[in-house]
Design a protein. Structure first.
Length: 156
C-alpha cells in the first residue's frame, strides 16, 4: 500500500511539473490583460477620488482662514477707530480742558478693547487652521494594505 502511495505521489509531481512548462494560452493572456486593465482603471478612479477629497478638505480650511482674516480686518478697523478717538480726545482735552475730553477718551478706550478682543479671537481661529488634508493622507495610507492579498487569499 505504501508503494502505491509513493507511485501516486510521484505521478502527481510529474503532472504538476508538466503544467508549469506549458506556455500560457490565449485565454489566460486575455484574462491577465483584462485583470491588469481593471486594476489600472480602479487605481485611476481611486486616485481621482482622493484628489477630490483633498480639494474638499482644503476648501473647508480656506473658509476658516477667510473668517479669521475678516476678524483681523475688523481688529484693524477697530484699532483705527481707537486712534481717531484717542486723537480727538487729546485734541478736545488740550483745547478745552473740560469733561468732553474725558468722554472722548472713554470711547477711544472702548474701541481699543474691541480691537484687542477681535485680534485675539481672529488669531486663535487662524492658529487652529490646518491646511494638511489629513483624511486624504489617512485614506492614501490605507491603499497599499487594500491592494495586498490577505493571509487566507494567498495561493500556493
Amino acid at each position: 500500500m505504501s508503494d502505491l502511495r509513493e507511485e501516486v505521489g510521484g505521478l502527481r509531481d510529474d503532472v504538476t511539473d508538466l503544467g508549469s512548462q506549458l506556455p500560457p494560452s490565449t485565454d489566460e493572456k486575455a484574462a491577465v490583460r483584462d485583470f491588469m486593465s481593471d486594476v489600472s482603471r480602479d487605481l485611476k478612479a481611486l486616485m481621482s477620488q482622493e484628489v477630490e477629497l483633498a480639494k474638499a478638505e482644503i476648501g473647508a480650511e480656506a473658509g476658516k482662514a477667510g473668517k479669521g482674516a475678516g476678524m483681523l480686518g475688523g481688529a484693524g478697523f477697530a484699532a483705527l477707530m481707537a486712534v481717531i478717538f484717542a486723537s480727538t480726545a487729546a485734541w478736545w482735552g488740550l483745547g478745552h480742558l473740560v469733561g468732553i475730553a474725558w468722554a472722548a477718551l472713554i470711547v477711544a478706550l472702548v474701541w481699543a478693547v474691541i480691537a484687542a478682543v477681535l485680534f485675539i479671537v481672529g488669531r486663535g481661529v487662524l492658529r487652529s487652521i490646518s491646511l494638511t488634508p489629513q483624511r486624504t493622507i489617512d485614506s492614501i495610507k490605507r491603499i497599499p494594505s487594500a491592494i495586498k492579498p490577505r493571509q487566507g487569499d494567498q495561493h500556493e
